[in-house]
Design a protein around this ligand. Structure first.
Ligand code: ZN
Length: 298
C-alpha cells in the first residue's frame, strides 16, 4: 500500500486502540468505582495481586460489611474474563453486579438473605487479553492453567492464575460462576475427559440449573457433554479442589437482552444453593482421552 494509505491506516489503528483496546479495562474499573461511590455501604474494591505485567487485578466485595472478609457469611465468587476475546464476560459480570446491588436496596426478602452473604466479583482476570481482544494471556490459555484430576502439576504458569488460586484460600466459597461465550449454556462438572461425566452431585446440579435456565432458555448439562472436555479449567478446579457449586456460563451472544435475562438466571442459581460446599467432590470415573477433544475455543 502507498504511504498515505499506510499513514491513514496507522491513524485508524491508533484510534481503535485508544478507544476500545488499551482503555477497555479502565472502563471496567471506572464502572466499579462508580458502583462503589453509589453503594459505599455494600461494596469494597480490592486487589487479588498483580499479573505478569505488574497490573493489579481488581475485584469487588459485596456484603453488608464489605470492608473485611467475614467468614461467618455464606461466600460466593464470580470470575469473569479468562478469555480476553469473549468481551461479553466482563459486560455480564458488571450487569450482574449492578442488578445484585439494586436488589440489596429494593428487595426486602432478598435483603434478609443478602445480610448473610458475601460476594467476591472479579470481572476481568486476563487484563492484557481483554485489552487486546485476545483469548490468551502471554501466549498461555488462562483457563487451562489450573490443576485438575486428570493432569499432573500445580498449574499457575500465569501470575494471574496463581494469585486467584491464593485468593480462593482466603475463605470458604459455596457458589462459583465463571463466564465465557458463546454457546448459550449453563454447565457443571465434570468438564474433564472422563468415562463418567456425572458427579455425585449431578441430580442437584441438574435441578438448580434447570430452574435457573427458565429465565434464559439455555442448554444445561455437564461441561463435557454440552461444551467439550478439557483439562486445567477453573470451573472444574473450583469443584474438584473445594467442592464449590461451580457453574460455567457460556453466554449465547452477549447482547443486552442475553445479558439481562442471564443475570436473572444466575441470581436464581446462587439463590438455590445450600449454605455449604459439596463434601463429595472427587472424580469417580477414569480419566480418558476418548471423549470430545479440547477445541480451544469457547
Ligand atoms: Zn472462554
Amino acid at each position: 500500500m502507498r504511504s498515505a494509505q499506510a499513514f491513514a491506516l496507522l491513524g485508524f489503528l491508533t484510534l481503535s486502540l485508544s478507544s476500545s483496546g488499551a482503555d477497555r479495562y479502565e472502563t471496567i474499573l471506572s464502572k466499579m468505582r462508580a458502583l462503589n461511590a453509589k453503594y459505599p455501604e455494600s461494596t469494597e474494591i480490592f486487589s487479588i495481586g498483580s499479573n505478569d505485567d505488574g497490573v493489579e487485578i481488581m475485584g469487588m466485595r459485596i456484603s453488608t460489611t464489605p470492608k473485611e472478609i467475614d467468614p461467618k457469611k455464606i461466600g460466593h465468587i464470580l470470575v469473569g474474563t479468562h478469555h480476553g476475546n469473549e468481551l461479553g464476560a466482563a459486560d455480564f459480570s458488571m450487569k450482574f453486579t449492578e442488578d445484585l446491588l439494586a436488589r440489596y436496596q429494593s428487595d426486602e426478602l432478598y435483603k434478609g438473605k443478602l445480610s448473610e452473604t458475601e460476594w467476591a466479583i472479579i470481572p476481568v482476570l486476563n487484563i492484557s487479553g481483554y485489552n487486546q481482544t485476545n483469548r490468551y494471556e502471554h501466549g498461555v490459555d488462562p483457563n487451562r492453567d489450573y490443576p485438575g484430576p486428570c493432569i499432573k502439576g500445580d498449574g499457575g504458569k500465569l501470575k494471574s492464575i496463581r494469585n486467584l488460586m491464593e485468593f480462593m484460600k482466603n475463605r470458604v466459597y459455596v457458589g462459583s460462576l465463571t463466564v465465557h461465550g458463546y454457546v448459550g449454556s449453563l454447565t457443571y462438572p465434570w468438564g474433564v475427559s472422563t468415562s463418567n461425566t456425572h458427579t455425585e452431585d449431578h441430580n442437584m446440579f441438574e435441578k438448580i440449573t434447570a430452574k435457573a435456565a427458565e429465565f434464559n432458555d439455555y442448554q444445561i448439562g455437564t461441561s463435557t457433554d454440552v461444551v467439550y472436555s478439557c483439562d486445567g479449567a477453573y470451573e472444574d478446579y473450583a469443584y474438584w479442589k473445594y467442592g464449590m457449586w461451580s457453574l460455567l456460563l457460556e453466554l449465547r451472544n452477549g447482547n443486552a437482552e442475553d445479558i439481562s435475562s442471564t443475570s436473572l438466571a444466575i441470581a436464581s442459581y446462587y439463590d438455590q444453593l445450600d449454605s455449604s460446599p459439596s463434601t463429595h467432590h472427587t472424580l469417580n470415573g477414569e480419566c480418558t482421552r476418548s471423549r470430545k477433544p479440547d477445541l480451544h475455543n469457547e
